[in-house]
Design a protein around this ligand. Structure first.
Ligand SMILES: [Zn+2]
Length: 110
């Protein structure tokens, strides 16, 4: 068997393996939460405990998880102030919180 032939066979096997993997991922894609699970478990969720009406558990009177300051930036409680709009990190965190909230609400649906 020529080396070229061997290389072709190896490439074919690798492609088949990749296809099997892709199919497995498609199976998971019906339940994307399964795919995200290990990541979520590894890191403490940034907005743990947040709901539409409540701040994350890590939020205190002096320190809001979202704004990082002594004012609450909860998207449903008034959001971030114009001054904080200048801070990219805060804006990104705020947007993440909003997205996270949307997911929380989706999860509640039967
Ligand atoms: Zn807050």
């Amino acid at each position: 068997m020529s080396d070229e032939h061997k290389a072709k066979m190896r490439a074919g096997r690798e492609r088949a393996a990749a296809e099997r993997k892709a199919k497995a991922i498609i199976g998971i894609s019906k339940h994307p939460e399964l795919l995200n699970m290990p990541k979520k478990l590894k890191a403490v969720p940034e907005f743990l405990g947040i709901t539409k009406t409540d701040c994350p558990v890590g939020c205190t009177f002096e320190h809001c998880i979202i704004t990082g300051g002594p004012y609450c930036g909860h998207p449903c409680k008034g959001g971030i102030q114009p001054a904080q709009m200048q801070n990219r990190e805060t804006v990104e965190r705020y947007n993440r919180a909003r997205k996270h909230l949307a997911h929380v609400e989706l999860d509640k649906r039967p």
